[in-house]
Ligand binder design. Structure first.
Ligand code: NI
Length: 206
């Protein structure tokens, strides 16, 4: 190879690298592996998480199947939670109030207590309705909650409190689980999401 040939092959090689790099960027942006947070319903990828369940409410047994055709917005918590649960549930209620009444009618908010020993069904119903009249308070035996909570990728833990009349507190995931009209978990909403963003997200799935 003479000098000229060497330079030509160097340029060709560099050009090839640039093309591959550009192709990689395009694939990352638009390809099948991209994670686009504002993308459509199909790209959220909660495939293996979620699933049907039955729990107790003040009105009797409630099955996730009962809400087919509705957009279910679900939260795991406990009524004596000082701040985290009330903040999340208030945001759900405020977002629903931002919608047209007919749209809000298509949303079923569920508050699932992971503290069944202290949250009676009656207290749970009153607590949930305080945030929004459509919000249902549910719970069940701890053995069933221990199956349900990880099924949704969530967790909770009872933590003893040495010097408190409460005895224990409950550490828990603060995320909202959005289940579509066919019963499929389609996305989750992080704690601290603004009411404006939550309203937009609800509209997107209605
Ligand atoms: Ni809480």
């Amino acid at each position: 190879m003479n000098i000229l040939q060497k330079n030509v092959s160097k340029i060709a090689y560099t050009a090839l690298l640039l093309v591959l790099f550009a192709a990689g960027l395009l694939l990352a942006q638009y390809g099948p592996f991209s994670s686009n947070p504002n993308g459509n319903k199909a790209t959220t990828g909660y495939g293996s998480l979620g699933g049907d369940f039955s729990l107790d409410s003040a009105q009797g047994k409630v099955h996730l199947k009962d809400f087919r055709g509705q957009l279910v917005v679900m939260y795991f918590g406990f009524t004596s939670c000082p701040e985290v649960c009330p903040t999340a549930l208030s945001s759900v209620a405020a977002s629903m109030r931002n919608l047209e009444p007919e749209q809000a009618q298509q949303i079923q908010p569920l508050f699932i207590s992971v503290d069944p020993a202290r949250d009676t069904l009656e207290n749970l119903a009153a607590y949930s309705a305080y945030f929004h009249p459509r919000m249902l308070g549910l719970t069940g035996p701890i053995e069933e909650l221990d199956i349900l909570v990880p099924k949704y990728g969530a967790y909770y833990r009872h933590i003893p409190l040495e010097s408190s009349a409460l005895g224990y507190t409950v550490d828990h995931t603060s995320r909202l689980y959005v289940i579509d009209q066919e019963g499929k978990l389609v996305t989750t909403i992080a704690h601290g999401t603004s009411v404006e963003d939550m309203t937009l997200l609800f509209k997107q799935y209605l």
